[in-house]
Design a protein around this ligand. Structure first.
Ligand code: OAD
Length: 247
């Protein structure tokens, strides 16, 4: 059952913005970062894999890890929650702002307004920023280390097109996200721990602008005390229930 206060907000809202995090993809089989045992950061040290310094120090290790994640995502399928959001957008204006670097929203038929942390399927030169004309081919079994290709323009190393710790977010997507959360009638915060800034500040921006905020997450998060309503559910369970309310 959808909690009644949340049901009322959803049925009344015309424009909805949904901020998604790794929990959105969990039921598709893509690990989150911080869930105990299953999360990436329970098994790996983010400082060795997700910083510019880590890439400088051991590019083959970092490159191989991102290729493995890309391969994992390519084998995953969007779930009922992703599909609910794409159906929702047919009925009412809905903007998706995601921290996720996968393409599961798009493969469910959604247009994503902002990929705040980049994309696993994009690459660029770490030196000149140029994008390679051909994407690197993925070996069937990605080993522990794979040397990244070199840029054909400047000879620099090709790197994943994601945002690493210590790097700025892409400006336009973040500006679009800020506008989408403050212009909405309702912001849904789905599957994020709310621990990584500046994305975690977006629900607070919404709230400061007087926009109601609702968290969908199986557990408490750093944002739980700051959103107006919390629903302890999962993305695949909760989002289809919300869509049903729209008749
Ligand atoms: P986290 O791994 O920090 O948090 C995942 C959240 O999803 C947790 O609050 C879980 O309770 C929740 N969750 C788990 N299963 C769920 C489900 N089935 N349905 C709904 N929620 C579920 O992931 P993010 O908050 O996305 O950044 O992490 C933010 C950023 O930290 C990531 O984008 C990544 C990471 O380091 C970069 O790589 C720059």
């Amino acid at each position: 059952m959808v909690p009644s206060a949340i049901a009322d907000l959803v049925t009344a809202a015309r424009r909805i913005t949904v901020l998604t995090g790794a929990g959105m993809s969990a039921e598709s089989g893509v690990p989150t970062f911080r869930d105990a045992q299953t999360g990436w950061w329970a098994r790996y040290d983010p400082m060795q894999l997700a910083t510019p310094e880590a890439f400088d120090e051991d590019p083959d290790l970092v490159w191989a890890w991102y290729l493995r994640r890309l391969q994992l995502v390519r084998g995953a399928q969007p779930h009922s929650g992703h599909h609910a959001l794409s159906s929702w957008a047919v009925l009412r204006p809905l903007s998706i702002v995601t921290q996720n670097v996968d393409d599961l929203h798009e493969r469910a038929g959604s247009t994503v307004l902002a990929h705040l942390h980049g994309s696993l399927a994009e690459f660029r030169c770490a030196s000149c920023g140029g994008t390679p004309q051909r994407l690197p081919e993925l070996p069937d079994e990605v080993p522990e280390r794979v040397a990244p290709p070199f840029c054909t323009d400047c000879g620099g190393r090709i790197r994943p097109g994601v945002v690493w710790f210590g790097e700025a977010l892409p400006q336009q997507p973040f500006a679009d996200a800020e506008q989408a959360v403050t212009d909405a009638d309702l912001v849904l915060v789905v599957g994020t721990s709310g621990l990584v800034q500046p994305a975690a500040g977006l629900p607070l921006r919404a709230r400061a602008a007087g926009v109601p905020t609702v968290e969908l997450n199986p557990t408490d998060t750093a944002l739980s005390d700051y959103v107006q309503h919390r629903w302890r559910t999962t993305a695949a369970e909760g989002l289809p229930r919300l869509l049903e309310l729209l008749g």
